[in-house]
Design a protein around this ligand. Structure first.
Ligand SMILES: C[S@@+](CC[C@H](N)C(=O)[O-])C[C@H]1O[C@@H](n2cnc3c(N)ncnc32)[C@H](O)[C@@H]1O
Length: 252
């Protein structure tokens, strides 16, 4: 089986550069509205920060993620968590709800993911999620593309992401057997707790995979130089141009 992605996740770097990802998951958790006793799967649970909040509601939370490092971190919180590729979920009629924050856009085969979520849910079970949507981190993608193009490389061939429109993802949900209760894009300019170098190191590794370590450092500096005028303010504070796709569906 192919590895799910070339992105390597480092829980310490994630804590430093990307804690905002789970912190900003609160509106999605509110949409999930977990109830005591419900069985809920957190798909792409990362280090389990949101799984822990689902469990705190009294629900029986299970986390799955492709990263063994993150699953170790989730288990260290005392959570029920397992290494599993979201494209090959093995659950059958096992959950009242599937939740996912900031993970589905990393799973490049959305139809396989949706088929597995459908099987994992009981009939009527809800699927509540947020992911990168169309136009997400567009400035960053353009800067990375320009820098790789200077080296004869097509960034899109190395992109780990899938950022659909609301219409496209709604059609996929319906084709997979879900009713769509709500789905919309939410532009969300996001202040970064560290800087763009930290963001690139945490999330954008796979774009630079074809380069040698020395070339990578140079390419990264070129990306930062292109982005500084548009995503860094005069006080040196960086933001990322996030656009999220948030949805609620249910298994028909
Ligand atoms: C940005 S993190 C979000 C983690 C967590 N949901 C949160 O809100 O902090 C994206 C997660 O998706 C996971 N992921 C990426 N591809 C995956 C796949 N094919 N199957 C399962 N998990 C995957 C990564 O390992 C990572 O933990």
């Amino acid at each position: 089986m192919q590895p799910p992605h070339t992105q390597r996740w480092d829980p310490a770097g994630y804590e430093r550069n990307a804690r905002f990802v789970s912190d900003l998951g609160t509106p999605v958790l509110e949409l999930l509205a977990p109830r005591p006793g419900e069985r809920i799967l957190d798909l792409g649970c990362g280090d389990g920060a949101l799984t822990e909040r689902i469990a705190a509601s009294g629900a029986r939370a299970t986390g799955v993620d492709a990263s063994p490092e993150f699953i170790a971190a989730a288990r260290a919180r005392g959570l029920d968590a397992a290494v599993m590729d979201g494209r090959h979920l093995t659950f059958e009629n096992a959950f009242d709800a599937v939740f996912s924050n900031a993970a589905l856009h990393w799973m490049r085969d959305p139809d396989a993911v949706l088929a597995g979520v459908y099987r994992a849910l009981v009939p009527g079970g809800r699927f509540v999620g947020e992911m990168g949507g169309h136009g997400n981190v567009a400035a960053i993608v353009v800067a990375v593309s320009a820098v790789l193009a200077r080296r004869g490389l097509d960034a899109m061939q190395h992109s780990p992401w899938y950022f659909p429109t609301a219409q496209e993802y709604a059609a996929k949900l319906e084709a997979a057997g879900f009713g769509v209760d709500s789905i919309a894009l939410h532009p969300r300019t996001t202040p970064l707790p560290t800087d763009m170098a930290g963001w690139l190191a945490t999330f954008a590794d796979s774009f630079f995979a074809p380069l040698t370590p020395q070339e990578r450092a140079l390419a990264r500096d070129e990306v930062l130089a292109l982005l500084r005028p548009v995503l860094c303010d005069s006080a040196g504070r960086w933001t990322a141009d996030y656009v999220r796709l948030r949805f609620v569906g249910h298994r028909l």
